[in-house]
Design a protein around this ligand. Structure first.
Ligand code: AMP
Length: 215
C-alpha cells in the first residue's frame, strides 16, 4: 500500500528540509500547506488578504479551507504512489479528514515527529532563509550560505526571509503549536501511528533516521 508520510513537529523543527530530502530520495511529491498559503502572497482577493493576516498573527488558517486545498492537491495524479505532507494536519479536525482521505485513497498514514527542544526553535526560524529559485533552505546561524545572502547554486538571487519568521510572529506560532497541534502528536502516539526522531543534529543524519521508518 502506498504511504502518506506526515511530517510533524513544531515550527522550525526542520519539516521543510526533511520533506525536500524525502521528495528527492523517494521521488514522491512534497505538499506543504504553508507553501500553498504563501503562494497566495500576491493575490488581491479578500480570501488571500485574510490568509495573509492570519499568517502574520501566527494563527492557523480555518480548517475548512485548509482541508479543501489538501483534498484537491492530493487528488492529482502525482500523488497516486504516495505523498509527503509538511505542516498538515495541525488540528484534530484536519487529522480526522486525513484519516478519511487515507481510506478513500487506499493509503497508509505514517506519522514522523521531528523532535526539537524549544530553545533551538526560535533561532531556527528567525535565522531561516531560502532560495527563491530552488527552495534550498539556509540558516544564518547554523547553515549559512557560502556568500552573504545568496544561494550557493543560484548566486543571482537574494535569499528570502519569510515574513512570519520575525521574533514576534515566531512566538505566536510556537504558542499556536502548543495549543492546537501538540495534542495531535499525543493522539498519533496513543494510536501507535507515531515515530519520533531526534531533530537536533545535521539534516542528513536526521534524514537517515526518517528513511529507516518510511522505507
Ligand atoms: P508553515 O510553513 O508550515 O510554518 O506554515 C506557515 C503558516 O501557514 C502557519 O503559521 C499557518 O498560518 C499557515 N498554515 C500552514 N499549514 C496550516 C495548516 N495545516 N492549518 C492551518 N494553517 C496552516
Amino acid at each position: 500500500m502506498s504511504k502518506i508520510i506526515v511530517l510533524m513537529g513544531a515550527p522550525g523543527a526542520g519539516k521543510g528540509t526533511q520533506a525536500r530530502l524525502l521528495q528527492e530520495h523517494l521521488n514522491l511529491p512534497q505538499i506543504s500547506t504553508g507553501d500553498i498559503f504563501r503562494a497566495l502572497k500576491t493575490a488581491q482577493t479578500p480570501l488571500a488578504q485574510e490568509v495573509r493576516d492570519i499568517m502574520t498573527r501566527g494563527q492557523l488558517v480555518p480548517d475548512e479551507l485548509t482541508i479543501q486545498l489538501v483534498k484537491e492537491r492530493t487528488a492529482k495524479d502525482d500523488c497516486l504512489n504516495g505523498y509527503i505532507l509538511d505542516g498538515f494536519p495541525r488540528t484534530p479536525a484536519q487529522a480526522r479528514s486525513l484519516e478519511k482521505l487515507a481510506v478513500e485513497q487506499d493509503k497508509q498514514i505514517v506519522a514522523v515527529l521531528i523532535d526539537v527542544p524549544l530553545e533551538f526553535l526560535e533561532k531556527r526560524m528567525t535565522g531561516r532563509r531560502s532560495c527563491p529559485v530552488c527552495g534550498e533552505i539556509y540558516n544564518i546561524y547554523f547553515k549559512p550560505p557560502r556568500n552573504d545572502n545568496v544561494c550557493d547554486l543560484h548566486p543571482q538571487a537574494e535569499l528570502l526571509h519569510r515574513a512570519d519568521d520575525n521574533p514576534e510572529t515566531v512566538r505566536a506560532r510556537l504558542a499556536t503549536y502548543d495549543e492546537q497541534t501538540r495534542p495531535l502528536v499525543e493522539y498519533y502516539k496513543s494510536v501507535g501511528l507515531l515515530h519520533t526522531v531526534d531533530g537536533t543534529g545535521e539534516p542528513e543524519g536526521i534524514y537517515s533516521q526518517i528513511e529507516l521508518i518510511v522505507r
